[in-house]
Design a protein around this ligand. Structure first.
Ligand code: GDG
Length: 477
């Protein structure tokens, strides 16, 4: 049994995946991803613990140790996975928070299960945290945890970070359970967002919904102050930068280009297969450029990696069919013998293969309709110490705030996407280097370590005293 911890991460998923060998023996492997990389050293220094679901339904596991981290599994039943995870998290909150690019589902059993599962996470966190511990709750699946946890353990310092956008008041207002969700978040001492705009949306919502005043970053409740602030997440720049200097990654990148028929331009998209990512929009733009003859036969190959995601949610099943139909049509109309302009892969790849793909790509297409940040854009930049490569980036990705030297597009405007794709393809090496150098400086400076340490420093710095002069009428608890 793991003892109580002074530092606790609470997230929907544990940072490990179970790997079952052919002989049936199972072991855990750290899952890839920046969050784990950034937080692992802090966990080791502070003897931290990570609380989350281990990925299998209807299974209870004891806490265990992995890579110097204490892991505390939280069980979920198959019905809870359906209603809390696939349902309220991914069929209600996900589309609502992403500008309603798909219609959100509002169903009471989903909400009730979301609340019950959040309660379970809060109880488990209250058990695992030592007196005065720092608890960092992650993301939209657990927005009720901060208030539930504060009620059980007022001695804790509680932080919350939202990885996806926080929507404008007008959209959030539709949610039948809007009040409970906002009250849930206000249980934290610090609520972090990707962008200042998300933090501003949240503060406005608190005032309108609960009548609580705010000034600058601080929301004044009757008995305490909640700080709201933007912390744009980033990637492990150093790791990617050294990975693409490894001889096997360099030769794999060359091999990829050869396998693609050595075209003049390799275009690349890497996304979870999600309707927020604008995959259809970029395919449409590419298809039109081919049809109009503005990209010649064999001149460019567009590699689209669409990693399987949330396959049991209806909207995702429909999306997969739509995208595959679209790829088939464009290839059918534009292929010549021995050359298919779109290479589509509904598969996951290892980190090194992904790095080789980034390195091989002349133009990276990141065209979400709405995205909290988008790490793929920052990963691409981290992989181009050669200063080659162009990033075509949607204005609606959080990353667009920092990567101003990308080729920015409005993904809803197909002509704009086409124009910027061509501009990126035709840009001179000098122009590309100028843009890439500035973007790399930004990502190298604001890497994922910096993100985590800035959040934790802000969490551990006490906010202003709750001032009654701000006349808050709403009391937390
Ligand atoms: C949410 C927010 C925010 C993809 N395919 C493979 C693979 N990936 C990796 C990428 C990247 C990650 O998955 C995707 O991150 P994104 O940021 O692009 O998108 P979401 O999954 O939607 O993440 C987002 C993020 O949280 C962090 O706060 O930026 O806005 O929506 O790292 O490289 N990795 C491997 N194989 C694949 O096939 N190994």
């Amino acid at each position: 049994m793991v003892g109580r911890s002074s530092f606790l991460i609470v997230a929907n998923r544990l940072p490990v995946d179970r790997n079952v060998e052919q002989d049936g023996t199972a072991s855990w492997r750290r899952s890839p991803g920046g969050l784990v990389t950034a937080i692992a050293p802090v966990m080791q220094r502070r003897h931290g613990a990570w609380l989350g679901w281990h990925g299998a339904a209807d299974e209870e596991l004891e806490p265990f140790e992995q890579d110097g981290m204490s892991l505390i599994p939280v069980p979920l039943s198959a019905t809870e996975v359906e209603l809390y995870y696939e349902g309220f998290s991914n069929a209600t909150l996900w589309p609502l928070y992403h500008d309603v690019v798909a219609p959100p589902v509002f169903e009471r059993p989903m909400w009730e299960t979301y609340r019950a599962v959040n309660e379970r996470f809060a109880n488990a966190a209250a058990e695992a945290a030592e007196e005065g511990a720092v608890v960092w709750v992650q993301d939209y699946q657990l927005q009720l945890v901060p208030a539930m946890l504060r009620k059980l353990r007022p001695d804790l310092r509680i932080g919350f970070f939202l990885h996806i956008p926080f929507p404008p008041v007008e959209l959030f207002w539709r949610l039948p359970w809007r009040r409970e969700l906002v009250e849930g978040l206000l249980g934290a001492d610090l609520v972090g967002f990707q962008l200042p705009g998300g933090a501003a949306n949240f503060r406005r919502l608190c005032r309108r919904l609960l009548g609580v005043p705010y000034k600058g970053n601080e929301i004044f409740l009757e008995d305490r102050v909640v700080t709201t602030q933007a912390f744009p997440i980033s990637v492990d720049f150093g790791e990617l930068d050294s990975m693409v200097r490894e001889p096997q990654v360099i030769s794999r990148a060359k091999e990829i280009r050869m396998e693609l028929g050595d075209p003049e331009h390799v275009l690349l998209g890497v996304d979870r297969l999600d309707y927020t990512k604008g995959i259809g929009q970029r395919l449409e733009a590419f298809g039109e450029l081919l049809k109009e003859g503005r990209i010649g036969p064999g001149e460019a190959v567009f590699v689209q990696i669409a990693t399987p995601s949330r396959e049991r949610v209806d909207e995702y099943r429909r999306l997969r069919d739509d995208i595959e139909l679209q790829v088939g049509r464009i290839n059918g109309e534009n292929s010549v013998l021995g050359n298919q302009p779109i290479q589509y892969f509904h598969q996951s790849y290892g980190k090194q293969e992904l790095a080789a793909l980034y390195l091989a790509a002349d133009v990276m297409l990141v065209t979400p309709l709405r995205d909290g940040m988008n790490l793929v854009a920052k990963e691409y930049v981290s992989c181009h110490h050669d200063l080659h490569g162009a990033l075509v980036l949607s204005e609606f990705a959080g990353a667009a705030d920092e990567l101003r030297q990308s080729f920015l597009v409005n993904p809803y405007d197909v002509e704009d996407v086409k124009r910027q794709m061509l501009t990126a393809m035709r840009a001179t090496p000098h122009e590309l280097a100028r843009r890439m150098r500035t973007m790399r400086r930004r990502v190298a400076t604001y890497d994922v370590d910096r993100w985590a340490s800035e959040f934790l420093t802000a969490l551990e710095t006490p906010a202003s005293a709750p001032a009654t002069s701000h006349s808050a009428s709403w009391r937390s608890g």
